[in-house]
Write a protein that binds this ligand. Structure first.
Ligand code: HEC
Ligand code: HEC
Ligand code: HEC
Ligand code: HEC
Ligand code: HEC
Ligand code: HEC
Ligand code: HEC
Ligand code: HEC
Ligand code: HEC
Length: 420
C-alpha cells in the first residue's frame, strides 16, 4: 500500500512537468542488485515472475537492470530501494509508460550508441494512432499500449521468431483484443479481422511459403498504429507493394470518382483482410465480376469491361493452343525448346494485361494483349512447322525402311541361290 501511494506521488510529480530526464546508465554487472535478489525470493507469483522472465529480455541482454524502467536504487537492501525519493516509479502504466519507454526510445543520441538503424519515432507514431489518441483523450484502458504488444520482461526484437511482433506472430498479438468480442464489446467495430486475414492470399504467402514480403497487420496499419510513412490513409496502403497496379489506378477514371464517393480504392474490389487470388472472373459483366456491381452491360464502363475481358480471354486461349501444340511436337521428339522459351513472352504479356486492367481503359489492356497474341501466333507457326517436318520425316522413314527390307530379301535370295 505504501508503495502504491508513493507511486502516486511520483506520477503527480511527472504530470507537473518534472519528466523522467535522461536515460538511466547501464548498471555495472558486479554491483549488488537487491531488486533481483529480494524479488526472486518472494512467494507471490506476480512479484517473483518478472525476475526469471527478464533473463530473456532484449534489455537484459544490453545490460539494463530493473531500474531502467522502474527507477529506485538497486544497491539499497530492504524496501528503501523502492523509495520514490530515489526515483522509484512503481508499475508504469498509461502516460507514465509512454514516458518510461520513450525516455530511451525517443532519444536519438542515446539509441544511436546501441543501434543507429533503430527508429526513434515509436512514441510519436503511437500517439497519432487510434490507440494513442483514445489513451490520451479518454484515458481508455482497453486500447493497446507499449506492453500489450511488447510484453514487459519478455521483450524481444521483431526478428526473433519468439517475439510477439515477429511477422508470423503479429496477427495473434493484435487479436488478443481484436478477436475478443468481450474486450471489444463497447466499440462499433467487427472482431473478424484475424479470421478473415487467415483466409487471405497474404497469410498463405507468409505462413505457407515463408514469403516475408507479404503483409501482416502492421504492414498495412503501421507498426505503431498510424499508417506507414508516405501513406496518408490505410486504404491506400496496397500500393506500397503493388506499385504497378497503384500507378495505373491513380491515373484511371475511377481514382477521382472513388475518392469523391468515399469508396476505399483497391479494397473495394479485393477486400482488405480477406484478399483472395485474383482471377479473370472478376472482370467483365458476367457472374462474379466486380464491374457489374456498378456498371451494366452495353453502357459506358460496362462495354469497356466486356471488351477487356474478351481480350484477356482470347490471349489466354491463344497461349493455351500454342503451348499444347509445342508440347505435342516435343513429345514426338522434335526440338522446340527455343520456341517454348519464346512463348513465355505471351505469358508475360498476359500478366501485364491483367495489371493494365487497373487503368480502366481499353487501350492499355489491348496494347499488351495484342503483343501477346503476336507471340502466340509465331509459336503456333513454329509448332505447325515442327509437326510438318515430323510428317515429312515419317514418310522418309517408311520409304527407306521399305528399301532396306527389299535389299535384305534380295541378299537372302542371293545366298540361297549360291547355296543351291
Ligand atoms: C526487500 C525486498 C525488496 C526489494 C529489495 C525490492 N522490492 Fe520491489 N517489491 C517488494 C515487495 C514485497 C513488493 C510488493 C509491495 C506491495 O504490494 O505493496 C514489491 C513491489 C514491487 C513492484 C510492484 C509495484 C506495484 O505497484 O505493484 C515493483 C515494480 C518493484 N517492486 C520493483 C522493484 C525494484 C525496481 C527494486 C530495486 C530498486 C525493488 N523492487 C526492490 C520487495 C522488494
Ligand atoms: C523495459 C522495462 C522494464 C524492465 C527493465 C523491468 N520491468 Fe518490471 N514492469 C515493466 C512494466 C511496463 C510493468 C507494468 C506491467 C505490465 O505492463 O505488464 C512492470 C511490472 C512489474 C511488476 C508488477 C507485476 C504485476 O503483475 O503487477 C513487478 C513486480 C516488476 N515489474 C518487477 C521487475 C523486476 C524485478 C525487474 C528486473 C528483474 C523488472 N521489473 C524490469 C517494465 C519493466
Ligand atoms: C534504458 C533505456 C531503455 C528503456 C527504458 C527501454 N528500452 Fe527498449 N531498448 C533499449 C535499447 C538500448 C535497446 C537495444 C537496441 C538494439 O541494440 O537494437 C532496446 C530494444 C528494444 C526493442 C527491440 C528493438 C530491436 O529491433 O532490436 C523493443 C521492442 C523495445 N526495446 C521496446 C521497449 C519498450 C516497450 C519499453 C518500455 C516498456 C522499452 N523498450 C524501454 C533501451 C531502452
Ligand atoms: C499495437 C501494437 C504495438 C504497440 C502499442 C507498440 N508497438 Fe512497438 N512494435 C509493434 C510491431 C508490430 C513492431 C514490429 C515492427 C517490425 O516488424 O519491424 C514493433 C516494433 C518496435 C520497436 C523496434 C523498432 C521499430 O520501430 O520497428 C520498438 C523499439 C518498439 N516497437 C517500441 C515501442 C514503444 C516504445 C511503444 C509504446 C509507445 C510501442 N512499441 C507500442 C507493435 C506495437
Ligand atoms: C490491448 C488490446 C489491443 C491490442 C493488443 C491491439 N488493439 Fe487495436 N484497438 C483496441 C481498442 C480497444 C481499439 C478502439 C476501437 C475503436 O475505437 O473503435 C483499437 C483500435 C484499433 C484500430 C482503429 C479501428 C477503428 O477504425 O476505429 C486499428 C486499425 C487497430 N486497433 C489495429 C490494431 C493492430 C494492427 C494491432 C496489433 C499490431 C492492435 N490493434 C492491437 C485494442 C487493442
Ligand atoms: C492488406 C492490408 C491489411 C492487413 C494485412 C490488415 N488490415 Fe486491417 N484494415 C485494412 C484496411 C484497408 C482497412 C479499412 C480502413 C479504412 O476503411 O479506413 C482495415 C480496417 C481494420 C480495422 C477497423 C475495423 C474493420 O474491420 O474495418 C481494424 C480493427 C483492423 N483493420 C485490424 C487489423 C488486424 C488486427 C489485422 C491483422 C490480423 C489487420 N487489420 C490486417 C488493411 C489491412
Ligand atoms: C474496380 C475494381 C478493381 C479495383 C479498384 C482494383 N482492382 Fe485489382 N483487379 C481487378 C480485377 C478485375 C482483377 C483481375 C484481372 C484478371 O485476372 O483478369 C484484378 C487483379 C489484381 C491483381 C492480380 C494481378 C495478376 O497479375 O493476376 C492484383 C495484385 C491487384 N489486382 C491489386 C490491386 C491494387 C493494389 C489495387 C489498388 C491500387 C487494385 N487492385 C484495384 C479489379 C480491381
Ligand atoms: C507488404 C506488401 C503488401 C501489401 C501492403 C499488400 N500486398 Fe497484396 N500481395 C503481396 C504479396 C507478397 C502477395 C503474394 C503474391 C504471390 O502470390 O506470390 C500479394 C498478393 C495479392 C493478391 C493476389 C495476386 C494474384 O496473383 O492473384 C491480391 C489481389 C492482392 N495482393 C491485393 C492487395 C490489396 C488489395 C492490398 C491492400 C488492401 C494489398 N494487396 C496489400 C504483398 C502485399
Ligand atoms: C463502385 C462502383 C464501380 C465499380 C465496382 C466499377 N466502376 Fe467503373 N466507374 C464507376 C464510376 C462512378 C465511373 C465514372 C462514370 C462516369 O464518369 O460516367 C466509372 C467509370 C469507368 C470507366 C470510364 C468509362 C466512361 O464511361 O467514362 C471505365 C472504362 C470503367 N469504369 C471500367 C470499370 C471496370 C472494367 C470495372 C471492373 C473491373 C469497374 N469499372 C468497376 C464506378 C465503378
Amino acid at each position: 500500500m505504501r508503495v502504491l501511494t508513493l507511486t502516486g506521488l511520483a506520477m503527480a510529480a511527472l504530470f507537473l512537468g518534472t519528466g523522467l530526464g535522461a536515460p538511466p546508465a547501464v548498471v555495472a554487472q558486479d554491483a549488488p542488485n537487491y531488486c533481483v535478489s529480494c524479488h526472486q525470493a518472494l512467494t507471490v507469483e506476480r512479484l517473483a515472475a518478472p525476475v526469471a522472465r527478464y533473463t530473456q529480455d532484449v534489455h537484459a541482454a544490453k545490460g539494463f537492470g530493473c531500474v531502467a524502467c522502474h527507477g529506485g536504487d538497486p544497491t539499497v537492501a530492504g524496501f528503501n530501494g523502492m523509495d520514490p525519493a530515489k526515483g522509484f516509479l512503481g508499475k508504469p502504466e498509461g502516460q507514465l509508460l509512454l514516458q518510461v519507454c520513450g525516455r530511451c526510445h525517443s532519444d536519438a543520441g542515446f539509441m544511436r550508441r546501441y543501434n543507429p538503424a533503430l527508429r526513434v519515432d515509436q512514441v510519436a507514431e503511437y500517439r497519432s494512432s487510434v490507440h494513442g489518441q483514445r489513451l490520451t483523450l479518454y484515458r481508455d484502458t482497453l486500447v493497446a499500449t507499449c506492453t500489450n504488444c511488447h510484453p514487459a520482461h519478455a521483450i524481444r526484437p521483431p526478428s526473433d521468431p519468439q517475439s510477439s511482433v515477429h511477422p508470423l506472430n503479429v496477427a495473434r498479438t493484435c487479436s488478443v483484443c481484436h478477436a475478443d468480442s468481450t474486450h471489444m464489446a463497447g466499440y462499433q467495430i467487427p472482431t473478424n479481422q484475424l479470421e478473415r486475414y487467415e483466409q487471405s492470399v497474404h497469410w498463405a504467402a507468409l505462413s505457407e511459403r515463408g514469403d516475408q514480403s507479404a503483409p501482416t497487420c502492421n504492414d498495412c496499419h503501421g507498426n505503431h498504429g498510424a499508417a506507414p510513412p508516405g501513406v496518408d490513409w490505410v486504404g491506400n496502403v496496397c500500393g506500397q507493394c503493388h506499385s504497378v497496379m497503384a500507378d495505373y489506378f491513380a491515373a484511371s477514371p475511377h481514382s477521382a470518382v472513388f475518392t469523391r464517393l468515399g469508396v476505399p480504392g483497391c479494397a473495394l474490389c479485393h477486400g482488405n483482410h480477406q484478399v483472395q487470388a485474383a482471377s479473370d472472373t472478376l472482370l467483365g459483366v458476367g457472374e462474379g465480376s466486380v464491374c457489374s456491381r456498378c456498371h451494366v452491360e452495353g453502357v459506358g464502363g460496362g462495354i469497356v469491361a466486356a471488351a477487356m475481358r474478351a481480350r484477356v480471354d482470347s490471349l489466354r486461349a491463344a497461349y493455351g493452343f500454342a503451348d499444347s501444340l509445342l508440347q505435342r511436337a516435343e513429345r514426338a521428339g522434335m526440338e522446340v525448346s527455343q520456341a517454348r522459351f519464346d512463348l513465355s513472352g505471351a505469358q508475360t504479356a498476359l500478366v501485364q494485361a491483367q495489371a493494365a486492367i487497373h487503368a480502366f481503359e481499353l487501350d492499355s489492356v489491348a496494347h499488351h494483349a495484342d503483343e501477346g497474341l503476336q507471340v502466340a501466333a509465331a509459336a503456333v507457326e513454329r509448332g505447325h512447322g515442327a509437326l510438318g517436318e515430323l510428317r515429312f520425316r515419317r514418310v522418309g522413314l517408311t520409304v527407306s525402311t521399305g528399301l532396306i527390307l527389299l535389299l535384305i530379301i534380295g541378299v537372302i535370295l542371293k545366298i540361297r541361290q549360291i547355296e543351291a
